[in-house]
Design a protein around this ligand. Sequence first.
Ligand SMILES: [Mg+2]
Length: 251
Amino acid sequence: MIDQQTAKRRGMPAVILDGDDTLWQTEPLYDEARTDTATYVSSLGIDSQEFEQRQREVDLERAASLGVARVRFPGSSVEAARSLAASHSIQLKRRQLRRVSSISSEVFQKKAPTDANAADVIARLRDRFQIALLTKGDEEVQRKRLADSGLAPLLDFAHIVDQKDEDSFRYVLSRLQANPLDSWTVGNSFRSDIVPALSFGMRAIWVEADAWALEDAPEVADYTGRYLTVKGLDEVPDLITKAGEVARDRS
Ligand SMILES: [Mg+2]
C-alpha cells in the first residue's frame, strides 16, 4: 500500500539497517540457549564446557551448507551431544536428543532485546532518509523479531533474505527509488552489511561489536578508508550529518 506520505518519501536517500545484533541483540540468546543445553547434557554425563566448544565448531561447519536455516542451531547441538557421547561411550536415548533439540530451539521463541537507542536513532534519521530493514535469516523468525522490536511502524520498507549480497541492496534501493551514492548501510557484520553495499556504491557504517565467529572478515583490511566505524547505534545520526557536511565542503 502506497499512501500519500509514502509516495512523498520515495526518492529520498535511504539508510538500510541490519536486524540481528544491530537493531536488536540476538547473540546473547544463542549463548543462553547453548549454555542451557550444556546444563542439560551435563546431567547425561557430558562435560558442559566440552559441549559448548563442540557445539560452536559443529554450528560453524554446518553454516557453510545450511546457512541461516532454522534447523541449523538445534541440529548442531544434537550432533555435538551425539559425537561427544560416542567418544565417551555414553548411550543417549532418542528422547534425550529430542530434549537437546528443544532446549536449543528456545532461541527462536525468546524475545531479542531491542537496542535501547534504535527508535530514537531512526526518528532522528527519518526526516532526511527513508529507513529500511534488510535482515538475513529465517523468514518466520525474522518476522517475529521485527514485530517484537516495535520498530516496524518507523520503517519505510523491510526485506528478509537468506543471504545479503549486492542484489539484495539493489532490490531495496530500487523499491525505495533511492540513489545508492547518497544512501547508507549500517550493520554489525562486515561481510554481510558492509562489503556488498560498498561494491554497490553505497556509504557504510560498521557497528563494531563482538560478531559471530562466521562473520569475522579477514577482508576488513582491504576496505580501509571506505567505511566509517561506530561503537554503538546512537553515534550513527551525528556521523551521517558530519559526513554530509564534509561532502558539501568538498564539492
Ligand atoms: Mg547482524
